[in-house]
Design a protein around this ligand. Structure first.
Ligand code: GLA
Length: 730
């Protein structure tokens, strides 16, 4: 069994295939964290802890004579504010009498088979995996605030999920001011932090830094998980690289404002606290009420960063993304945005579809501009009714004609937004988030709808389900094109305004869940100005997300590589666009664009009518190849390849089938050097003794040769050349 409670030592032991997690109830009744890392056998890891009188670290009252006993220095499983632990806390709660102290002591626990589920929030699914759930209850004996910690132990997948619920067991109100999902103390060892930072058009760039005696805060206050900082952090040994070394990943399944705090305390212990951002947050926990924090996913790898990524990839692919949609083949699509922006009519869209079909694509996606008075980005959001002046006869006949070509049809929507210049806003100005007596911040000429309101969600559900019910729409692109500000709901009283940011996210999840339930076969692709809401929370509902508004393949190399630390390539919406590129003006070969985009949820975003016949032929071949390697792209184990020398001029990655019998290596040269060393790489994940043939050549070599002796490619020449190598076991 993956969870054990050893009564005489009051010890909890959680074990996955390669990792072990231990906690103990110490003599103060505190739930002390003992260990997370590689499996250690039947050892109580408490032996590592020594006590001494740490100056200015006070002692719990009942241990007043024991100066070595302090909450400030012992590793905690869920830290709280005010009771002598001066490090960052996971919880801040205010009692009726104004006190902000919470002192959590162990109460009880249960162990159950299967994975717990969350009601209004996304969660990692249990499915047919061997999973156990450990629930531990901690209680503050004065306020009767109970913290229920849940752990989902995925033995085979080497992952542990965590979440905390806060329950008010008293008969008076408790106000939550901070409620994190996870607190992870790493008391010994040296660590570096990797987080994924960025901006619009350059998301999720890894930044690695040492952790000094300080608090590093990563996060987003934008009401969305954001382009700026992804809700995913890695802590690793300073020597850890892609292929070797210890590392830990902490990922939040949350799409709103989030905060990850990493503290190195006065004596060198490291603490990570991650959860909903507490700026602007408060929650009125009424008697009997329960507040559920978002789920977090934890993994440990002693096989470097690639090993850590593969654990996240697998759990996301198989247990976060909806298995029903993951079973269906993702269509190769043509998106109308960079082909025609707002300038189209029913004939030009039909023409795009005809060309798409002719090139072997499987779906036409009509992007922004089809509804309301939406001829530019100043108006129309909220009016989810087709603009019949633009699309004569409406959507239905157009979709029928496109379907008759043998092509599926997909549609863009941006449900959570509204333009002031729209009928929706004119009729319901109070449906937008805005402070009373204050002009709201506008972004892209739009405001944000108050998703905490049921009437708003009902309106959106009616509009979207009418569109999906009346038309054969098989895909939705669900966009979100601004950060949230002026978070004030006209529907809630002043003392509940701090609930609005989180209620907004819950409202979005609720709408997505209702639409998924009513139309389970409609594939939804998430989007937020590209990859501004690329997180495991959204992936629960939308198994692919537009990775970035930057479609330049050379920029995309960095964006997709950064994204790959936490998320599998099958979740990354990725399109071949025109050259010169619309965002950067860079010119790149079509072959390179195809190789980069096909490592993702693949499609095109250009006007095929503007292509030469030779380019069209190349696209036909790209699509055939995509189908040929589809299962590697969707389910292959992903490795970032390359050492310092290779990475200087190239970006290289590999996808390997689960049994190691087939591998696809892509290499893009971003800087061509004259008289250079041949690009050299070592493959990963192959069978040592098996013999592989390199497709299109006579080369046959063993897996061992390719993994340890490596492979060199031809000398790259020209502008951003790329190669793709397919090795198949013979
Ligand atoms: C966002 C998306 C783009 C496109 C436009 C339409 O920026 O990321 O792909 O859909 O909106 O307005």
């Amino acid at each position: 069994m993956s969870v054990q409670y050893i009564e005489k030592e009051q010890l909890f032991v959680l074990e996955t295939k390669n990792s072990c997690y231990q906690m103990t109830v110490d003599r103060t009744g505190c739930l002390r964290h003992l260990y997370y890392g590689k499996r250690v056998g039947a050892v109580n890891m408490n032996y590592r802890y020594r006590t001494t009188d740490r100056g200015f670290s006070g002692n719990p009252y009942e241990q007043a004579g024991d100066r070595g006993c302090s909450f400030d220095v012992m590793p905690q499983e869920y830290s709280s504010y005010g009771a002598g632990d001066y490090r960052v806390s996971a919880l801040m709660a205010q009692a009726e009498n104004g006190s902000r102290t919470t002192d959590l002591r162990f109460d009880s626990f249960t162990i159950a088979e299967g994975k717990y589920e969350l009601q209004d929030l996304p969660f990692v699914r249990g499915l047919s995996d061997r999973v156990h759930t450990l629930t531990i209850r901690l209680k503050d004996r004065v306020t009767s605030l109970t913290v229920e910690l849940k752990y989902g132990i995925y033995e085979e997948k080497d992952v542990i999920t965590r979440t905390a619920s806060l329950i008010n067991d008293s008969d008076v109100k408790i106000r939550l001011e901070k409620a994190a999902s996870v607190c992870l103390d790493l008391p010994y060892g040296e660590y570096e932090l990797i987080h994924f930072t960025g901006k619009h058009c350059m998301e999720r760039q890894p930044e690695r830094q040492s952790i000094a005696q300080n608090i590093i805060t990563v996060g987003s206050r934008r009401g969305m998980s954001s382009h700026h900082n992804n809700p995913f952090v890695i802590l690793c040994d300073p020597h850890t690289d892609e292929d070797a070394g210890f590392c830990y990943g902490v990922m939040l399944m949350y799409s709103g404002s989030h905060k990850e705090e990493i503290e190195k305390d006065q004596t060198g212990n490291i603490r990570v606290v991650a959860g909903i951002h507490d700026d602007g947050f408060s929650w009125n926990l009424l008697p009997g009420g329960r507040f559920q924090t978002p789920e977090s996913i934890l993994a440990f790898s002693d096989e470097g960063l690639n090993g850590l990524s593969s654990r996240f990839h697998r759990i996301i692919r198989e247990n976060v993304c909806d298995p029903l949609l993951m079973k269906e083949k993702k269509p190769v699509l043509l998106n109308s945005w960079e082909a025609s922006y707002f300038n189209f009519d029913e004939n030009s869209i039909y023409e795009l579809a005809r060309e798409a079909k002719e090139l072997g694509m499987e779906m036409l996606v009509l992007d922004d501009g089809w509804f309301g008075e939406r001829n530019d980005d100043h108006r129309g959001l909220g009016d989810w009714f087709v603009n019949e002046q633009k699309l004569k006869g409406g959507l239905k006949p157009l979709i029928e004609k496109i379907n008759a070509l043998g092509l599926k049809f997909g549609l863009w929507v941006e449900p959570e937004m509204v333009n002031e210049d729209s009928n929706l806003y004119r009729n319901h100005p109070d449906w937008a988030l805005k402070d009373p007596d204050r002009l709201p911040v506008v972004a892209r000429n739009q405001l944000v709808l108050d998703m905490s309101r049921e009437d708003v969600r009902e309106y959106l559900f009616t509009c979207i389900s009418r569109l999906l019910g009346e038309n054969n729409i098989e895909y939705l692109k669900w966009d979100f094109n601004r950060s949230i500000s002026n978070v004030y709901s006209a529907a809630l009283p002043p003392e509940r305004q701090g609930e609005v940011p989180h209620r907004f996210v819950l409202g979005t999840y609720d709408l997505l869940a209702r639409i998924r339930e009513a139309f389970p076969h409609v594939l939804i692709e998430g989007c937020a100005g590209g990859g501004g809401r690329f997180d495991a929370g959204m992936l629960f509902y939308t198994p692919q997300i537009w990775c970035s508004d930057n479609t330049d393949p050379i920029a995309r190399l960095q964006i997709q590589r950064g994204t790959s630390y936490g998320y599998p390539v099958c979740t990354m919406g990725s399109h071949v666009s025109a050259s010169p590129n619309h965002q950067t003006g860079r010119t790149t070969p079509l072959n390179t664009r195809g190789i980069v985009a096909s490592s993702g949820a693949f499609g095109y975003e250009l006007n095929p009518a503007l292509l030469a016949e030779e380019e069209k032929q190349q696209i036909r071949e790209q699509i055939l190849e995509y189908h040929k390697y589809y299962s590697l792209y969707m389910r292959g184990t992903y490795y970032r390849l390359g050492g310092e020398e290779l990475n200087r001029n190239h970006v290289c990655w590999e996808l390997v089938s689960e049994d190691g019998s087939e591998a696809l290596v892509s290499l893009v040269t971003v800087n061509v050097e004259a008289n250079a060393h041949f690009p050299f790489l070592r493959l990963k994940g192959l069978q040592e003794d098996a013999v592989y043939r390199l497709e299109g050549t006579d080369l046959t070599v063993t897996g061992a040769a390719l993994m340890y002796g490596g492979y060199t490619t031809e000398e790259p020449r020209g502008n951003y050349p790329a190669v793709r190598l397919h090795f198949q076991k013979i």
